[in-house]
Design a protein around this ligand. Structure first.
Ligand code: C2E
Ligand code: MG
Ligand code: MG
Ligand code: MG
Length: 280
């Protein structure tokens, strides 16, 4: 009601914005100017083969250092950018930076894929798939170089339209991953219909592995993924103990602070060259 009529906001956004109090209007305008003037950065986090420690991909994660407040979480500024209609410009910047980097990496013999996050409002645009393909070809990259992450909730609002765009992506040669899996509402049949090849299990599931129930839930997810022939990426892996448990379940890939935090491109490149086999 505060925001006036004709406005919709999500509970999680309210919590974030409330925490900022009156400052949030000022932050919003600084974000706009950062987006317009190229003030965003991209950090990269490795996704590791659970058996070999080999890095198969890096996820591009947007980073914003605000002059006044320091680092601001994407959990806050991504929804903010969506709200003020700047998510296109934001993702344009992230794509330009990460595609240019991927081009460099290809030129120097690295073959890892790039994983990018796509928000609900982007996926909704009719021109989304063609412009993504065009952007890639500017850098002489192909859709098969990129894995597109969409959240489970994205995949399920306005089902028919989103499904059409997901199919277009898949037909164009992109591998699709369902991000934050387990936090949305997809049914198994919908999941099976989706052209996704990969499930990224939300961080919260890794954080519950110290309980019997948490471990049973993870085991059930692993069995389901096998049954549906989907590759599993477990996010939020923070300890060797978790690694061992997940290896026992036969999961394919892992991502988390145990291997590496999201890091600047130079560090990511070093990891890609050296591999993270030592961690296993
Ligand atoms: P996500 O795509 O699910 O990314 C994973 C988040 O988990 C990242 O948070 C990452 O730093 C964090 N994480 C990784 N390993 C661990 C771990 O071991 N423990 C814990 N506790 N957390 C871990 P981050 O970078 O703050 O990003 C938050 C979200 O913001 C992302 O979630 C994604 O939904 C969104 N986001 C980030 N960059 C972009 C972007 O360029 N475009 C869009 N549309 N969304 C983005
Ligand atoms: Mg993601
Ligand atoms: Mg995720
Ligand atoms: Mg997430």
């Amino acid at each position: 009601k505060h925001a006036g009529r004709n406005s919709v906001c999500f509970y999680s956004d309210i919590v974030h914005l409330k925490a900022l109090g009156r400052e949030h209007v000022a932050i919003q305008s600084r974000l706009s100017s950062a987006i317009r003037h190229g003030g965003l950065q991209v950090f990269y986090q490795p996704i590791v083969n659970a058996r070999t420690g080999e890095i198969i991909a890096v996820e591009a994660l947007a980073r914003w250092m605000d002059d006044k407040s320091g680092w601001i979480s994407p959990e806050l500024f991504i929804p903010m950018a969506e709200k003020v209609g700047l998510i296109q410009e934001l993702s344009e910047q992230i794509m330009l930076q990460s595609f240019a980097k991927l081009r460099d990496w290809r030129d120097s013999g690295l073959s890892q894929k790039l994983m990018i996050n796509v928000s609900r409002s982007q996926l909704y645009l009719p021109t989304f798939v063609t412009s993504l393909v065009e952007r890639l070809s500017q850098f002489k990259l192909r859709p098969s170089d990129v894995i597109v992450e969409v959240t489970e909730s994205v995949a399920l609002t306005d089902y028919a339209r989103q499904m059409r765009h997901l199919r277009q992506l898949s037909d164009a040669g992109f591998v699709l991953a369902i991000d934050d899996f387990g936090t949305g509402y997809s049914s198994l049949s919908q999941l099976h219909e989706m052209p996704a090849k990969m499930l990224k299990v939300d961080v919260s599931f890794s954080q519950r592995l110290h309980t019997d129930e948490g471990r049973r839930v993870m085991q059930a997810i692993a069995q389901m993924a096998q049954g549906l022939q989907l590759d599993l990426v477990i996010e939020g892996v923070e300890s060797l103990e978790t690694v061992r448990f997940l290896q026992g379940l036969g999961v394919n890939y892992m991502q988390g602070f145990y291997f590496s935090q999201p890091v600047p491109c130079g560090v990511a490149e070093l990891w890609m060259r050296l591999g993270l086999t030592g961690k296993l």
